[in-house]
Design a protein around this ligand. Structure first.
Ligand code: F6R
Length: 240
């Protein structure tokens, strides 16, 4: 794993943009694996700005997202499909029909997992963007998830519900389940870009970089990936 330590969130997002642009410019039909959460917002803003100012086109790109809450769809402003439209898709020229996120309102959850997993088989990510949870989760793969997991439904860990409650009116509104890519779907990406900022991620980054590779720290599997880049700011990287 290549580690790039930068000063702050702005520099992290700037460096991340360079990595994404290198992929997109080398292949205009790239498959972009995308994440939600606070971490990639700076990157997405920079992609939007670069698209506007420099004309980088995503018209031929496809996108696959990591996860979605069970029970939410685009009509909910807490859903990840809404998040992606508002924070990235509507600011670049990607075609919405080429963007994919598990359907949080799917009537048959197991069938939805199978559908999404098959889709990931067809759309191998040229790059997968990731954030990391304070407990070392990636996507919604919580500690203890099998390294060979595929798309599945998870019961969210209490720590994740608490972390994510800042985005809801109250902690009771945070869904208790989510659809998520499994760890093997993430590892299947040709390139992985994991971003981390802030002190709250410092322990997770220490475990990712220096700890043992083990299922209790889902992100640690990334050390086995042949082309993984970690970009973290000083606070998140303070132990490494
Ligand atoms: C988001 C996702 C999560 C987040 C992680 C960090 O699609 O799958 O794993 O990347 O929870 O969240 P933030 O960036 O909000 O700190």
């Amino acid at each position: 794993m290549k580690v790039i330590k930068v000063k702050n969130y702005e520099e992290m997002s700037e460096e991340a943009l360079k990595v994404v642009l290198e992929v997109v410019k080398g292949n205009e039909g790239s498959v972009l694996g995308l994440a939600t959460g606070s971490t990639p917002l700076g990157l997405y803003a920079k992609m939007a700005q670069d698209h506007k100012e420099n004309g980088t086109s995503y018209a031929e790109c496809r996108a696959v997202n990591l996860d979605e809450y069970v029970g939410l769809d685009a009509s909910s402003d807490q859903s990840y499909v809404y998040f992606m439209r508002e924070n990235l898709f509507k600011h670049i020229d990607i075609k919405l029909e080429n963007t994919h996120i598990p359907n949080g309102k799917a009537p048959d959850k197991n069938a939805e997992c199978a559908r999404y997993n098959a889709l990931l088989g067809e759309l191998r990510q040229d790059i997968q963007v990731l954030g990391i949870g304070s407990n070392g989760h990636i996507a919604f793969n919580e500690p203890g998830t099998a390294f060979d997991s595929v798309t599945h439904i998870v019961d969210l860990a209490e720590s994740t519900i608490k972390d994510n409650s800042r985005l809801f009116n109250s902690i009771d509104e945070v869904p208790r389940q989510a659809f998520t890519m499994g760890l093997s779907n993430i590892m299947n990406a040709k390139k992985i870009l994991i971003l981390a900022n802030g002190e709250g991620k410092a322990n997770a980054i220490r475990e990712l970089v220096l700890g043992e590779i083990r299922e209790e720290v889902p992100a640690s599997i990334l050390r086995n990936h042949p082309d993984c880049i970690l970009i973290c700011d000083e606070s998140a990287g303070k132990y490494i």
